[in-house]
Design a protein around this ligand. Sequence first.
Ligand SMILES: [Zn+2]
Length: 90
Amino acid sequence: MAEDVKNVTEVYVEMNLDKALDDIPDICRCPQCRADIKALVLNQMKPKYVSTIKGEVLSKVHAFDTGKQVEFICCVQNAVEKVKGRPQHD
Ligand SMILES: [Zn+2]
């Protein structure tokens, strides 16, 4: 199990989503809404698959970060607007 294929975009989103949501007021942070937001963000961003051994992912995520931060924040804001408009719960 040393080798693996990872979607760097997904790792990046998981690592940065909570921090991004901290900057957005009035958004429900329950597991359902957070998952909805994450799914919407991942659908907007192009996946980036890498074959890598464990431990190399973080350096790839870091390299990915510099070019993608603006796009990521934009996608989070779009996703938040959609989830606010139709929450999956009362
Ligand atoms: Zn919620």
